[in-house]
Each structure stands twice: as C-alpha cells, then as structure tokens.
Design a protein around this ligand. Structure first.
Ligand SMILES: Cc1cc2nc3c(=O)[nH]c(=O)nc-3n(C[C@H](O)[C@H](O)[C@H](O)COP(=O)(O)OP(=O)(O)OC[C@H]3O[C@@H](n4cnc5c(N)ncnc54)[C@H](O)[C@@H]3O)c2cc1C
Length: 481
C-alpha cells in the first residue's frame, strides 16, 4: 500500500482488509491505489490524498458495522457520495490517513407515497434517479443542479445543496422530512419520519443537514415531494444592469403569482464562455446585451403562464428594466436556453485556474455589493476578469475570477488568494455569507473561522465533541482537527 501520510494506520492494513472483505465481499473493498483516482480527483481536477482503502457498503447495517469497527480501532474515516462537492470535503485528507466510505452501492429507492408527497431513499441514490422516480409517480423532487447526474442524496443532505429552484422550494434543509444516520461510534439512528409537522423538541435531523459528514454518515432520507409541474415557460431577458435585474425580480415574484421557480443572472461574459464550450449553441437574441436573466415559471395546474410573462416583459420595458427578450416557444428552445447556463460552467473550467466562490447577500444589497466588488477588483488587478453569475433570486452569486492568462500557475494562485481576501472582506461589510451552497469543507475553513465569534466557535466545537469526541469522522472539515 503506497500511503505517504505522516501517520500510520492504528491497526494492520491486513486486519482492516480482512474485516471489510468478510463483511462486504471482494467487490466491496478497493485497496489497489491504481483504482483510487476516480475517488480522489474531483470535478475541478483537484486531487486529495490517497485513502487507506475504500469501503463500498450496500446496506445501512454494513455502514454501521464499518463505522463501529473504525471506532473500536480509532481509524479516521470520511464519507463520499457522488464526489461533486466543490470544497474538498469528500477528498481524503492528504496529511492523515483515512478509510473512505463510498455510499455508491447504497442506492435503493425504498418507498414513494404520492398522497403524503414523500419518498424514502438510500443515501447513495443519484439525484437524477430520485427525480425520475418522483416524476413516474406524477410527483416532483425539486432539487436541481448541474451535478444532478452524479451527486447523491447523502451528499445533497450533507452539503445542504441548493441549486436552481431554491427560491420556490427551498434548499435541502426544507426538502428533508426524515433521516437515518450512522453516528461516529457506529450506532444507527433511525429518524426516517415522513411527517410534515413534528414539533417534538430539538429537530435532530437538521443537525446532520449541512454538517458535511462531520457528525455522522447519512444512510437514508425521507424527501418531501411537490406536485409535478404540468406546464412551464422559460424566458431569457436582456436587462441593462444589476439594479434592473433586481427590480425585475421583485416584479416577477409578484406578477407571476409566486410561480417563479428559477431566476438566474447571466452576464454577457458568461454567455461567451458558454459558446466557447458549446460552439453550436445559438445566440438567443439578435444583439448582445450586458446582462441577462434566465427565468422559469411553472405550474402544476391550469395557469396562463404566457400571459404572465408577456405582462412582465411589457411592464419591465415600460420601466426601462427590459431591453429585449425571448420566451421559449418549444421544449427544445427552452433546453437550449438552459444549456447556456450549464455550458458556461464548462467554459469557465476550460479557461484553467480561476477563483470559484458561492457567496450570498441580502438580495437588496446586491447592487451595492457588485459595484463595490467590481471597483475593488479593477483597482487590485485590472486584468483579472470578473465572472459574476448566479441564483440571483436567492441572493446567491458565484463571483468568480479569471486571472490574467500570461501569469504562471503559482502567480495566478497567489493573486487569486489575495483577491479572495478582498472579496470576502466586502462580503462581510455587506453582511453576507462566504458560502451560500458549497459549504466549508477544507477549502474555506480559514475564512470561515476568521468570521466566527467565540460563542459560535465554542458551540460548534461542543457539538462536534458531543457526536465525535475522538475526532474520527471527516476530521478537519468545517472545524480544524
Ligand atoms: C457542475 C456542478 C454544479 C454544481 N451546482 C451546484 C448548485 O447549483 N448548488 C449546490 O448546492 N451545489 C452545487 N454543486 C456542488 C455539489 O454538486 C453539491 O455540493 C452536492 O450536494 C454534493 O453531493 P455529492 O454526492 O457529490 O457529495 P460529495 O462531493 O461526495 O461530498 C460532499 C460532502 O458531503 C459528505 N458526504 C457525502 N455523502 C455523505 C453521506 N452519505 N453522509 C455524510 N456525509 C456525506 C462528504 O464527506 C463531503 O464532505 C455543483 C457541483 C458541480 C460539479
């Protein structure tokens, strides 16, 4: 085993291997480093350390047995879902050996109740499969994000995932009715309640949502469903500036009868990135404009969505907030508009090293924040390109930065690190958050800790201590180990 970490495993490698293969069979354990790459290199190409081994349990009880064994032998462990997280949380810690517990084989849809609008699933179910199963029962699981073909429900729970439909349906925190979790000592907690209302004291499940696997390994979830939308309309609207985007948003919430399910900000520079990644994508409007909004309105029953959007276009134009726009006339055209949103991420990735952020601000502060941040970036590094897009209806911006292409990699990293500090100070000054959806993981730990006051830090540390006093589970994520 080629493990270069500076601590050795508390028991013999062979003992761990024997235990895992007795429990899971030979396909349930991976110990050949040649097969680690899929689990250690993430979507962005960042590489974590190598794990000691990878366990692939297929039942909650097997997860519990593995965790109990690790607890008994003081073996550090980390859970991995679809490995689409963007803050290095599921990557093995490069400085400390860990057993990786992959949930990929824990992937059964357990039960769907179309009258209770709920669905219980194993945590390793891929989000897209859950959405498809809900649709087959004329229901809808609204979580929607670019990685939905690979991310898992357990990962979505543990990162409190957001995505495109948050403004209508909420984040994962609002979409979970019950959870089943293996605690760091191996106990299996069954909180798989399918109740829409339940006020029995502390709401334990909420502690695990967004905990990034630091308090337990999620093995099952009861998800809240919605009626399946029967009709939806997608529109791309050109607007002059951010202030107009926000004015239009406030108007759209009202005039679309609260049926707005997505409201995304796409500056022109992002559209250009989308065309770089997908050259066959048509430019939807005749002329280029500085800023666009991509919005979707949907309804599960009869509703005149066209009239709503046309009315929004008209009043928006009268008020100077709309310059031009297109209402998709077919599903193909709507899909093309959404492909711009997806392809711009690929285009950004193709440009190489860049700063990714997922900040949030009170929606009404976005104009002032963007002005201040654009000004600060222009002052500090005029050649750095700002790529600021996002789920504007949630106040969530991906204020990303592309450094000048002529710098070498080290210089780019140093510049982006400096600019991140400037940006986060401005987020602070505008009472925002440095993480609206990706979480803290290992990547954002330093700025996160800088922001905590002593009371918060003491409470968070106490919580970790209560669940995992030995610091065996996902140590070093969110809080330092
Ligand atoms: C192209 C792209 C677009 C994205 N868009 C969005 C977006 O719009 N909104 C958004 O919120 N995120 C987005 N993400 C980030 C990512 O998809 C989410 O964070 C997702 O919820 C992670 O799920 P996963 O199964 O891949 O988790 P992983 O990456 O495997 O793990 C994430 C964290 O959760 C822990 N974990 C995983 N499974 C479990 C479990 N069963 N029990 C306990 N802990 C566990 C891991 O240890 C790790 O800390 C995007 C990512 C990509 C690549």
């Amino acid at each position: 085993m080629t493990v270069e970490q500076d601590i050795t495993m508390p028991i013999a490698t062979q003992e761990l291997h024997d235990f895992l293969s007795d429990l899971l069979g030979s396909s349930g354990v991976i110990d050949d480093p040649a097969e680690f790459a899929r689990y250690t290199t993430d979507w962005a190409g960042d590489k974590g350390g190598d794990p000691w081994m990878i366990a692939r349990p297929g039942t909650p009880e097997q997860v519990a047995d593995i965790v109990a064994f690790c607890h008994r032998h003081q073996i550090p462990m980390v859970a991995q879902g679809g490995h689409s997280g963007l803050v290095g949380g599921a990557q093995p810690d490069p400085e400390r050996g860990e057993l990786m517990i992959s949930l990929e084989r824990l992937n059964r849809i357990r039960h769907l109740d179309p009258i209770n609008f709920s669905m219980s699933v194993d945590s390793g179910c891929i989000l897209q499969n859950v959405k498809d199963a809900a649709e087959e029962a004329d229901c809808y699981f609204p979580l929607a994000l670019g990685a939905q073909g690979s991310c898992q429900i357990g990962g979505n729970v543990s990162t409190n995932a957001g995505g495109l439909n948050v403004l209508r349906y909420g984040m994962m925190r609002q979409l979970v009715l019950g959870l089943e979790v293996v605690l760091p000592d191996g106990r299996l907690w069954n909180g798989m309640h399918a109740l829409h209302k339940d006020n029995r004291g502390y709401d334990l499940k909420q502690l695990f949502i967004g905990a990034e696997g630091t308090l337990g390994i999620v093995t099952g979830a009861v998800l809240k469903l919605a009626p399946r939308p029967q009709t939806s309309r997608t529109a791309l609207i050109a607007v002059p500036d951010i202030a107009s985007v926000l004015a239009l948003y406030a108007q759209a919430r009202r005039s679309c009868c609260d049926l707005l399910s997505a409201f995304e900000l796409i500056p022109r520079v992002c559209m250009e990135l989308a065309f770089e990644a997908a050259p066959d994508l048509p430019d939807p409007l005749d002329e280029a404009h500085p800023v666009y909004v991509l919005m979707e309105v949907s309804a599960s029953g009869p509703a005149d969505l066209d009239t709503m959007i046309e009315h929004l276009f008209e009043t928006g134009s009268d008020q100077g907030n709309v310059l031009d726009g297109v209402l998709a006339s077919s599903e193909t055209q709507a899909a093309q508009l959404w492909q711009i949103r997806e392809s711009m991420l690929e285009g950004q990735q193709m440009r190489g090293e860049h700063l990714r952020t997922d900040i949030s601000l009170p929606i009404s502060s976005l104009t002032a924040f963007c002005d201040a941040a654009n000004h600060a970036m222009a002052q500090h590094s005029p050649e750095t390109q700002v790529i600021a897009y996002g789920h504007i209806g949630d106040g969530n911006l991906h204020f990303n930065l592309l450094p000048p292409a002529n710098l070498d990699l080290e210089a780019k990293k140093a510049l982006l690190h400096e600019l991140e500090g400037v940006l986060f100070d401005l987020v602070d000054a505008h009472h925002g958050s440095i993480s609206a959806e990706h979480g803290i993981g290992r990547v954002k730990q330093v700025p996160f800790l800088e922001d905590l006051d002593e009371t918060e830090y003491t409470l968070l540390k106490g919580l970790k201590q209560l669940f995992d006093p030995e610091g065996l589970m996902a140590a070093g994520r969110i809080l330092p180990r």
